[in-house]
Design a protein around this ligand. Structure first.
Ligand SMILES: *Cc1c(COP(=O)(O)O)cnc(C)c1O
Length: 366
């Protein structure tokens, strides 16, 4: 049996006709960048994120970068974030000209540990950039309280957590700006690259719109330098089709997670910990296991797709050597890097596939 980590063809098979119609409509209109489908998607993503405004972006990465730029964060500033995340989070801080300051994670949720944030704040700190990892939101009450006390912006990297919630409120609606990715492997995946920012602040929305179009307010007159961070109409059209199914797909992932949790109960496999007041969308189902690298090899030998998110903390990446971190600085991140493994959790998995995955893992570890 083959169990891929993700099977986008299985998803596409169910929506093929709708996708082709949506794409054809854009092609026939020849409105290829921005346009009515982009505006519609911006409104719908904002609404499903408890936000007033959405501003499409060319990727999740560009959503983060243009957020930092729109808030005027750059050289001389510091931005606090987690080292246990996809590279882009800290890559964007670097590219904005600011300095990334890492704060270790809570070992249960893998999200930034708010109790360690205040010690990292200096007079240069401008923002906290929490990541809602694997589909579960970070502890936003604690993070927002610290941000308020120290007058800092919060930018949420919600690339893996579109529509997930914390105390009934959606990802992206807590901070000044929330950032989403529509990379194909995300819960709401495009047919290429795409992303979105959301905000409740009208001025910030205007600044985001300016930033994504080279920083120009009026055509060919620039007050600031931005980039080309625009979203394609084709992406928006495809995403609008998929958005209709997002809640159903996320529920499918939660059901699969519950299925695995039952199978792994009482074993050495440490299942994901979801806070009582969080609803995860399970972009990844990540467990901790002993002998992780052997487990990884064994599952792959058995044609079970699995992956390590993430094998190396960002504080230890070669390109961030200049930040001066060393091994041991982020112990929980470093431990997680050695122990975690993501198993297939996509909604189209069959019970046979889940059984095969879980049983293969349990047999190897027993
Ligand atoms: C995917 C991802 C991004 C980047 O999104 P892209 O659309 O691939 O540019 C940023 N942060 C996190 C946490 C991600 O998972």
């Amino acid at each position: 049996m083959q169990v891929p980590l993700l099977d986008l063809k299985a998803q596409y098979a169910k929506i093929r006709d709708e996708m082709l119609a949506a794409v054809t409509e854009v092609l026939d209109s020849q409105i290829c960048i921005n346009g009515p489908r982009v505006v519609e998607l911006e409104e719908k993503i904002a609404a499903s994120s408890d936000c007033k405004y959405g501003v499409g972006a060319s990727s999740g990465t560009d959503a983060i970068l243009m957020s930092l730029m729109a808030l005027g964060i750059g050289a001389g500033d510091e931005v606090i974030t987690t080292p246990f995340t996809f590279f882009a989070t800290a890559g964007c801080i670097h590219r904005s000209g600011a300095k990334a300051v890492f704060v270790d994670i809570d070992p249960k949720t893998y999200n930034i540990d708010p109790s360690k944030i205040e010690a990292a704040i200096t007079d240069k700190t401008k923002a906290i950039l929490p990541v809602h990892l694997f589909g579960q939101m970070a502890d936003m009450d604690a993070i927002m309280a610290i941000a308020k006390k120290h007058n800092l912006y919060v930018i949420e990297d919600a690339a893996q957590s579109v529509t997930s919630s914390y105390k009934g409120k959606k990802a992206g609606s807590f901070g000044m700006i929330g950032c989403f990715s529509f990379y194909p492997s995300k819960n709401l995946g495009g047919i290429g690259d795409g992303g979105m920012t959301v905000t409740n602040d009208e001025e910030v929305k205007k600044d985001l719109l300016i930033m994504r179009n080279h920083g120009g307010g009026h055509k060919y007159f620039n007050e600031v330098v931005g980039g080309n961070f625009r979203l394609d109409a084709l992406q928006a059209a495809g995403l609008l089709v998929k958005l209709q199914y997002l809640d159903e797909w996320s529920q499918g992932r939660r059901d699969n997670a519950a299925y695995y949790n039952k199978k792994f109960a009482g074993s050495v496999v440490e299942t994901p910990y979801i806070e009582a007041d969080c609803v995860s969308i399970y972009n990844q189902y990540v467990v901790r296991v002993p002998k992780r690298d052997e487990v990884l090899a064994h599952l792959r030998e058995n044609n079970i797709g699995c992956c390590v998110y993430y094998p190396l903390g960002l504080h230890m990446q070669k390109c961030f050597e200049y930040l001066g971190y060393k091994q041991g600085d982020m112990p929980e991140t470093e431990k997680a890097c050695k122990e975690v493994i993501a198993l297939p959790v996509y909604p189209e998995l069959t019970d046979e596939m889940k059984d095969f995955t879980a049983d293969t893992l349990l047999a190897f570890l027993s």
